[in-house]
Structure formats: structure tokens, C-alpha cells
Design a protein around this ligand. Sequence first.
Ligand SMILES: NC(=O)C1=CN([C@@H]2O[C@H](COP(=O)(O)OP(=O)(O)OC[C@H]3O[C@@H](n4cnc5c(N)ncnc54)[C@H](OP(=O)(O)O)[C@@H]3O)[C@@H](O)[C@H]2O)C=CC1
Ligand SMILES: Nc1nc(=O)c2c([nH]1)NC[C@@H]1CN(c3ccc(C(=O)N[C@@H](CCC(=O)O)C(=O)O)cc3)C=[N+]21
Length: 397
Amino acid sequence: MVVFFLKWEWREAAEMNVAFEKEAVVPVMRRTLMREREEVSRQGVGGVRTRGFCSAVVLDDDSLLRPPINGGTSKVPFWLPYLTSPTRRPLVSPTNAGGHSTALKIDGKATSQEIKRDLSKQVAWMKEKVGSVPGLAMIRVGDRKDSELYVHVKQVACEEVGIKSFVTHLPGSASEDDLLAVIQRFNNDSRVHGILVQLPLPNHIHQNTVLSGVDLEKDVDGINPINVGRLAGVESSDPTFVPCTPLGCIELLSRYGISMEKKEAVVIGCSNVVGFPTAVLLQKNKASVTIVEVDTPNPTEATRRADIVVSATGVPQLVRGNWLKPGAVVIDVGTTAIEDPEMESGFRVIGDVCFEEAERVASAITPVPGGVGPMTTAMLLSNTLKAAQRRYGLTSR
Ligand SMILES: NC(=O)C1=CN([C@@H]2O[C@H](COP(=O)(O)OP(=O)(O)OC[C@H]3O[C@@H](n4cnc5c(N)ncnc54)[C@H](OP(=O)(O)O)[C@@H]3O)[C@@H](O)[C@H]2O)C=CC1
Ligand SMILES: Nc1nc(=O)c2c([nH]1)NC[C@@H]1CN(c3ccc(C(=O)N[C@@H](CCC(=O)O)C(=O)O)cc3)C=[N+]21
């Protein structure tokens, strides 16, 4: 299957006189399709998506996918064509289809299981020593299906290693004060050693205000803005905890014997939760780091030089095979939930990297799922154990 991402904003598309439809997936006549495809090749932008705006996707089975119109300029979720793309088929056909994969698959799932086995032993030892187990509180606001799944995954992982979990679910209408009150309760609860506020939060709640409410000693997610500042070196102290996903990426590289020292690394995306701390950690591991952002004029100039590419944008299939230097190591953090009626949950996750292309160029690559995701959870458990150990004086910082 060939999928083209059309780099048009709705305004531009309107100028080109393309008919808009209300449905997400619109079958179109071949004639229309051909006209649009020609436009794509004329613009030479196949595979690229504009920031935050709707794009259209042309499929080679005569259908055209468009997200619903919502006024033209606001951010619209970008749904890939689940109706025409059953679970395991590549979403983008490889450009160098003749090549074959030599890349090592970096197995985040197996690595996370190894880590969890070790954590179980430490939790059992702690229980013997002080008569308590670590406790992790998770707070979810609203009814996002993906958040529900991720919190469930973390609960199950807690159970696996013997950590006690406490989950609070607030309605999407909850106020910032409601949420801060729950956080305060957990801050004062001696059974709770770690607190995680599941992101994203509803728009009316200020993320940083809420994250600032988490006691630093319990900030096992490492995303209290004070901790992010400490990691960046803008404060004199060290962070109490380092964010889990960046830790997971570094742990995978280390455990696979991939040295970062004197390597060129590129991080795509720069959020406080993932991209930025990952860049800092790579730099601390002596890599020379470039950050590629949405407005970076020529991202491939950087990525094609890189020995290590970490992508954390949430833009599906952004990183193509021709973005990579042969032999590069690729860490795909992106997890975009796309609807999939075949899955029990109703959706599946896909990464930022076009895996089928990248695995033909890279020397090592993380899959999605089964890569960074399970490592994030393992690092969360590890930080929670560390928080409890500190609380009982079993370890120094
Ligand atoms: N596997 C895991 O364990 C985890 C996965 N994730 C996933 O990682 C992805 C990123 O998460 P998160 O950092 O929280 O998301 P955010 O939306 O907070 O940040 C995304 C970052 O990517 C940038 N960006 C967006 N589009 C592009 C582009 N085309 N080129 C370069 N940069 C771009 C954004 O820039 P700007 O802000 O300027 O728009 C922003 O810096 C998501 O898919 C998320 O689901 C997140 C946490 C854990
Ligand atoms: N405060 C906060 N901290 C986070 O760390 C945080 C967050 N909010 N909000 C959402 C993102 C996303 N995230 C994931 C964690 C695990 C998987 C994961 O385990 N994924 C499995 C698949 C899961 C499944 O489908 O069963 C995998 O990739 O193999 C994915 C994504 C953490 N995030």
C-alpha cells in the first residue's frame, strides 16, 4: 500500500478547490485521486505532515482519508487509515523495497521483564527489612481510552513486582483545584512513595501548575518543573528523579552496549517530558546532541549525520528510511493511538518511525510496540522503589 501525506493546510486545500467531506474516510473517484497525487509529486512533499494542521492521506486503493473539518486551523488528531490498513500491514511501503533488514531489534519488552524481575527481588527484600512495600499513586482525569490503557498497564506492572498501586479517576469536568486536592492527599499519605499524574490533562487544567503540586520526594515521573529545571542545570541541586521515558531510552542503549560517547545524536521533538530530558541525558553521556523541532528548516540535514536518532513527536511515520545514515541506531519513542476495531481496546499504537524503511538502513532499532513503552513503565517502577528506599533510609540519593 502507498500512503501519501499531503502537506496542505485546509486553507491551501480550499484554494485548490478540493471538495471537503464531513466523514473521516471518503472514497474518491480515481480521477480525483490522480489529480491529487500529481499535486503531491509536484510539491514533492510525500511523507511529511505540516505541524498541527489537518492533512489528507491518499491511499492506493482509491480512497482518500481526511480528518473531519473543524474550522480549518485548529489542531486535529491525525488518524491513519485504520479502515484500510489492517493491524500488521506496513502503513508506508518501503522506498528501497529491494533491500533487506540487517538491523538488530532492540527488545524493550524483554529488557523490561529482566528489570522487573530484579525489582521484584528488591521489593521483597524491602518488605522483609521494613515491613512495607513501595506505593505508587496514579491520577487520571477524563475518559481518554489510551490513558485508561496506560494506567492499567502500569497497575499490572506494579502488581507483578509487588508495588502497591492507588488509582484515582476524576471526571473530565474536574477542576484544577479538585486535582490539586487529590495530589495533596497523596503527598500526605505515608503509604504512597510515588505520584504520577497521567498526561495529557484536559485543556482547562494547567499542566505545570498541577505537576508543581507533586511533592519532589514523590515525583517519580520526574516532570515537576523544578526537577526538569534541575536536570537542565538551571538550579544548583540534582533532580530528585529523572523522567522515565528518557531513562528508558538511555537504559536500552546501555544494555545493548551502544556507546553514546563522541557520537552524534539527534533528538526529534523537545517536550519537557520526553525530548528535552532525553537530549540532556544523551549529552551527559557525552554525545554531541542536536535537537530537531517542528520549525527546524531542514531536519534531514541533521538526522542524516546522526549515529543515534531518537524521535519523540507523536507524528506517525515522520522518520523515513532516507532520513537516516546507514548504520544509525534508531529509538522510536512515539506512540500515537490509532483506531483499530480489530483490537480489544479499539486502538493500537504506532511509532514516529517508518519501521519497514528504517530497519533496512539502521544498525539497531526499537519497534513500536515492544520498544521504549515497556521501558518507561519499568523505569517508573524503579523510581518508585528508589523513592521508598529513600523514605526508609535504605539508600542515599
Ligand atoms: N513510549 C513511551 O513510553 C512514551 C511515548 N510517548 C509518546 O511520545 C510522543 C511525544 O510525546 P510528548 O513529548 O509528550 O509530546 P508533545 O506533544 O508534548 O511534544 C512533541 C514534540 O514534538 C515536536 N514536534 C511535533 N511535530 C514535529 C515535527 N514534524 N518535527 C519535529 N518536531 C515535531 C513538538 O513541537 P511543538 O511543541 O513546537 O509542536 C514537541 O516538541 C507521543 O507520541 C507520545 O505518545 C510519550 C511518553 C512516553
Ligand atoms: N505523566 C505521564 N507520564 C508518562 O510517562 C506518560 C504520560 N503521562 N502520558 C502518556 C505517555 C505515554 N506513555 C506510555 C507508557 C507506556 C507505553 C507502553 O507500554 N506501550 C506498550 C504497548 C501498550 C499496549 O498496547 O498494551 C508498547 O509500546 O509496547 C506506552 C506509552 C507514558 N506516558
